[in-house]
Design a protein around this ligand. Structure first.
Ligand code: HEM
Length: 432
């Protein structure tokens, strides 16, 4: 880890993934100290996604935001809060004024990563990853997801009362990604341990416990990096059917180095794991609470794709991401000044009563086409078809084999301010 002063604050630079990831901790703390001086004209709010209780159960807060006004400002956190669907979509579109180059989390950070760049640099990096997600590639992954869904639902059926998050929602996306990268079965346990450690980077906070956790994920990221670079150097993980093999074959950006290939792999792990886990865990919670909606899908399995869209809207695996304004940005008659931190609440937008009737109710055949669970605009999720495929595979397996999903104990929810999903969800599946 190195630190430099860029004149605007101390940039803490770490290279966990071989590329510089710069976090402006001083700027983050300074923004907080600005307090109410940053406020200009929006409705003041105490809504705070960093509060663990709010993060675990944010829906009353969303109702208050929706009835309170169009744009809110939390002075304690020096954060503007955008909660209406149309405003979230407009902000995601307007990358000239409000963008990702200073980060998409509460701590400002910069790195040459697709999610943290804009304009031409972003297009170039996105084109590096896109060939992995062609229709042909997706078709070739159907068998992997179908097989895993059967095996994991088998396990849950065989263990009534098990924590379905541990038993199915975590291993499904992780093993799918391992499978499409071509990681051999024998390495999957290590791969899982390092990946789970490394992806916690997304939860970094500049607090003593956050820094300690950060050191642990750094160690995991370095182990994962050693593993990848060793495998890549000996020609593994580059086969023609693998993700990296496809990227090498279709590269429009010269020869991709092993470092670049590793970076792309870690990006897929970070972007695709906890998000999909939250969706799959959320699915069991929703159907245990709404048996009549589950029955609707059992009676008509053609509803599966539509039900997955409604699950995405209703559970919103990423509840919030941030943007920073790079020019004055207007919402209605309020101007958010250049340099501000703006929270885009996907979770609130997906329950916007101006767009969705009865937004807090799960309706399997609602067909909520406007939802922003995968974002919108230039940065819209590249892995959306894969996440949908995984959720559809699990739901198909359930409706074919399971009559009723019931919980056998209390559900615990994550308290992360951006990603929300169950962490403990004991279930029993009643076979047909
Ligand atoms: C239910 C599961 C998922 C959800 C809810 C989700 C959500 C999102 C969202 C909201 C964004 C936009 C970020 C932004 O605007 O700053 C995004 C971007 C991205 N997602 Fe996903 N994602 C999921 C699964 C996946 C999977 C499975 C992969 C790949 C294996 C993936 C790869 C990516 C990548 C590479 C980006 C960056 C795109 C860019 O910046 O241009 N995601 N995702």
């Amino acid at each position: 880890m190195t630190t430099t002063d860029d004149g605007g604050g101390v940039l803490t630079s770490i290279r966990p993934f071989g590329t510089a990831l710069q976090m402006n901790l001083a700027a983050a703390l300074r923004t907080r100290r600005l307090g109410t001086r940053g406020w200009q004209g929006a409705v003041n709010t105490a809504y705070d996604p960093l509060d663990p209780a709010t993060a675990a159960d944010p829906f009353a807060a969303y109702r208050a935001l929706h009835s309170g006004g169009r744009l809110h400002y939390n002075a304690k956190r020096a954060t503007w809060v955008v909660s209406r669907l149309e405003d979230v979509r407009a902000a995601l579109r307007d990358t000239d004024k409000i963008n990702s180059s200073q980060g998409v989390t509460r701590v400002r950070m910069a790195a040459e990563l697709v999610v943290l760049t804009d304009g031409q640099q972003h297009s170039r990096l996105r084109k590096q990853v896109q060939p992995a997600f062609t229709k042909r590639a997706l078709d070739s992954w159907q068998a992997i997801t179908g097989r895993l869904a059967t095996e994991l639902v088998d396990n849950v059926l065989a263990n009534p009362g098990c924590n379905v998050v541990e038993e199915l929602a975590i291993p499904m996306p992780l093993r799918v990604i391992a499978g499409i990268l071509g990681v051999p079965e024998a390495d999957i346990a290590d791969f899982r341990r390092w990946s789970e450690g490394a992806v916690q980077m997304i939860n970094f906070t500049p607090t003593p416990s956050g820094i300690l956790g950060g050191a642990r994920c750094l160690a995991a990221a370095l182990a994962l990096r050693r593993y990848f670079l060793k495998q890549l150097a000996s020609g593994h993980l580059k086969g023609s059917g693998t993700v990296l093999g496809r990227l090498i074959e279709h590269s429009t950006d010269g020869n991709l180095t092993d470092e670049q290939l590793f970076l792309i792999s870690i990006l897929l792990l970070i972007a695709g794991n906890e998000t999909t886990t939250n969706l799959l865990g959320g699915m069991f919670d929703v159907f245990a609470r709404n048996p009549e909606e589950y029955d609707k899908i059992r009676a008509n399995p053609d509803l599966i794709p539509m039900a997955v869209e409604e699950l995405l809207r209703f559970t919103s695996p990423i509840q919030n991401l941030y943007r920073y304004t790079c020019a004055d940005y207007d919402i209605g008659d309020v101007t958010i000044p250049n340099g501000s931190r703006v929270l885009l609440s996907f979770g609130a937008a997906n329950r916007d009563p101006l767009v969705f009737d009865d937004p807090d109710t799960f309706i399997a055949d609602r067909n909520p086409r406007m939802h922003v669970a995968f974002g919108y605009g230039a940065h819209m999720c590249i892995g959306a078809p894969l996440a949908r495929m995984e959720a559809e595979a699990v739901l198909r397996e359930l409706v074919e084999r399971v009559e009723r999903i019931t919980t056998t104990g209390p559900t615990t929810w994550s308290t992360n301010s951006s990603l929300r999903g169950p962490t403990v969800l004991p279930v029993r599946l009643q076979q047909r």
